[in-house]
Design a protein around this ligand. Structure first.
Ligand code: NAP
Length: 311
């Protein structure tokens, strides 16, 4: 498994990571354990979870249990800022909240340090330097090794960079944003900011929730029990436009001897600043397919053809 440095840091992560938002929701404790073991055995080192995944912190709890005895082999990335209760102080980026939230995540994960602690969403009501000072304290205390953010825009990334420089605070090293072949909104804004300020991108929803695996086909019944088989997310993702583009990309990949899954991973892994593609998986078979899917080195001609198809 190829590894990459996360932004301008010394933290090396596998180019394929594992998104853990199915843990505690679609996956119970024992299936979580199988998926995590298969991921580690296949060379995945980066596990991305969040306090809010799975409800009541269950994704962190299940991940922590599944990592028993293997903590030293992995990089744990988790997140704070999403609502963990109904009270106003149970979310966001205030010092008060962060200092409590980190203790809760450490306890649920069963570890005494978090490798990458990410701010899940921007909090425009809290001064960013308050958030960054609290995070800096966690790094100095040894509870957190590195910090990242998620869903920030380009100006927020620049603002954070300058605050870190001005006040000698720990800088963010990663940006987690929505990014895949069918959603490229990071490209004009977030991606150049990451390149300029030395952050690694961790694209989320890299498989468009499964649409880019090739299992949803136009005019064919949807696979049983899959994420986009029914529900509001299915309506949002499986639009005619997205289905048409996925069909085009699938035919194009297959005509070159590759799968749509390989295209989805390999294309993302070749984009500027991308450090690790953190796809979710609901089975051992999916993990095994995913770890082999980023090996297609797309030529510049192929990349241009993709641009033309998606235009
Ligand atoms: P995703 O990676 O785009 O899609 C994952 C889903 O696709 C799996 O749960 C599985 O669902 C299906 N799948 C995966 N591999 C497959 C394969 N080889 N063959 C067939 N189907 C396959 O979406 P995601 O898991 O939601 O996103 C990845 C990670 O990003 C999350 O786990 C989370 O860590 C992170 N995330 C972050 C944010 C944020 O705001 N920071 C938001 C969303 C997600 P089925 O088996 O059910 O079809």
């Amino acid at each position: 498994m190829e590894t990459r440095y996360l932004g301008e840091s010394g933290l090396e992560v596998s180019v394929i990571g594992l998104g853990c938002n199915n843990f505690g929701g679609r996956l119970d404790e024992s299936r979580t354990e199988s998926v995590v073991s298969a991921a580690i055995d296949s060379g995945i080192t980066l596990f991305d979870t969040a306090d809010i995944y799975g409800g009541d912190g269950r994704s962190e709890i299940f991940l922590g249990k599944a990592l028993t005895g293997r903590r030293d082999e992995v990089v744990i990335a988790t997140k704070f800022a999403g609502p963990m209760g109904d009270l106003p102080m149970q979310k966001g980026g205030s010092r008060r909240y962060i200092l409590n939230a980190v203790e809760d995540s450490l306890r649920r994960l069963g570890t005494d340090y978090i490798d990458l602690y990410q701010m899940h969403f921007p909090d425009l009501n809290t001064p960013l330097d308050e958030t960054m000072r609290a995070l800096d304290d966690l790094v100095r205390d040894g509870k957190v090794r590195y910090i990242g953010h998620s869903n920030f825009t380009g100006w927020m990334i620049a603002h954070a960079h300058h605050l870190a420089r001005e006040h000698s605070l720990t800088p963010f090293i990663s940006a987690q944003n929505h990014y895949h072949l069918l959603n490229r909104e990071v490209e004009p804004d977030v991606q150049p900011a990451c390149t300029k300020f030395g952050l690694g991108i961790l694209p989320y929803f890299p498989l468009a929730s499964g649409l880019l695996t090739g299992k949803y086909r136009k005019g064919q019944p949807r696979p049983e029990g899959a994420r986009l088989t029914s529900g509001p997310m299915a309506d949002r993702m499986l639009t005619d436009q997205n289905m048409d583009k996925a069909e085009l990309l699938l035919d194009w990949s297959e005509s070159r001897g590759h799968s749509l899954l390989e295209l989805a991973f390999s294309w993302l892994a070749q984009q500027p600043a991308v450090a690790s593609v953190i796809a979710g998986a609901t089975s051992v078979e999916q993990v095994e397919a995913n770890v082999d899917a980023a090996n297609w080195i797309l030529t510049s001609e192929e990349l241009t053809e993709i641009e033309d198809m998606l235009r």
